[in-house]
Design a protein around this ligand. Structure first.
Ligand code: DAH
Length: 314
């Protein structure tokens, strides 16, 4: 019997053997029942055998249970060193991210955000901005023309007109939105984005403009930004300037168009230019994001390639 217990291979087999030994008709049970007929010495032998067998069963049971557990652990082993699929967390698009940053800075400077329609009429996109029909400056912008003299907005400057018409002065606003022009290469997309700023009050000067842009750019790029102004031309500002910003490599980068709002533009919005004046500026929001995040192809913003978005460093 002892030998048999030792060779048992499964818990079921052990259970059967146990029943055959200690069950109602078991061999050991029979011996125990017969104890009364035995001498003291014989009883001692049976008792010893009884204890020894029970111990052997217990040991075998423990051994088989451990073996079963180990087998289970071996097959259910989790290899924590294996590569796992990275968790699919969403991130903000670089344009959304940079707009949030720029908007937060402008709001901290007291500018209020406005938006406007992307399909714009001739008045808001051109005429009110001192660019009447046949004005040569219309050629500066490769316009997508729609029916009824409507256009796809070529510039967010249209929103300054809407804001001044609606709110009047004083006004301190910025506008953001998509703009459209017939051009496409690595740095131009037919749809791109602009941010426009406008501040009109009684004592606004060109130095307010310079201070505002320096603050905005320095906060956005997180370092002191050196600016340079060049004279330029826009129909809606007089004087008109262009801002260059000194970049890491020492090069000057053209960053924004700006100027003091032209008296004709104020008049077009029923504002008296002898009483009120102010500045406006506009720049490419995509370009700002490209510079900040070191990207060199504007088209990547709109391809919707999730691999690019994941690796673009946001
Ligand atoms: N609208 C101009 C453009 O698209 C940018 C611009 C220049 C906006 C001067 C302004 C400004 O408000 O004052 O090129």
């Amino acid at each position: 019997m002892k030998e048999r217990i030792k060779t048992v291979k499964s818990l079921e087999e052990l259970q059967d053997l146990y029943t055959a030994t200690f069950g109602k008709n078991g061999t050991m049970t029979a011996k125990l029942k017969n104890m009364a007929a035995l001498s003291n010495e014989e009883r001692a032998v049976v008792n010893a055998e009884n204890s020894e067998l029970r111990q052997l069963f217990r040991d075998k049971q423990t051994e088989l249970e451990n073996a079963a557990l180990n087998a289970k652990l071996a097959t259910e082993f989790v290899d924590v060193t294996l590569d796992v699929e990275p968790e699919n967390r969403g991130t903000l698009h670089p344009l959304t991210q940079s707009l949030k940053e720029l908007g937060t800075i402008l709001e901290s400077l007291g500018f209020e955000m406005w938006t406007g329609p992307e399909i714009e009429d001739d008045w808001h996109n051109f005429t009110a901005l001192n660019t009447p029909e046949y004005h040569p400056a219309r050629d500066m912008q490769d316009t997508f023309f729609l029916e009824n003299k409507n256009v796809m907005r070529t510039q967010t400057s249209s929103i300054q007109i809407r804001a001044m018409e609606k709110q009047g002065v004083p006004i301190k606003m910025f506008a953001v939105g998509s703009t459209y022009r017939k051009e496409m290469d690595a740095t131009h997309s037919p749809m791109f984005h602009q941010i426009e700023g406008l501040y009109i009050d009684k004592n606004i000067t060109l130095s307010d403009l310079i201070g505002t842009l320096r603050e905005l750019l320095s906060k956005f790029f997180e370092r002191d930004i050196e600016l340079r102004i060049r004279p330029s031309y826009f129909p809606f500002t007089e004087p008109s300037v262009e801002f260059d910003m000194k970049w890491d490599n020492g090069k000057w980068l053209e960053i924004a168009g700006a100027g003091m709002v032209h008296p004709n533009v104020l008049k077009n919005c029923n504002i008296d230019p002898n009483e009120y004046q102010g500045f406006a500026f506009g720049f490419g929001w995509d370009r700002m994001a490209m510079l900040k995040y070191g990207l060199n192809d504007i088209r990547a913003f709109y391809d919707g390639d999730i691999r690019w978005l994941k690796n673009s460093g946001f």
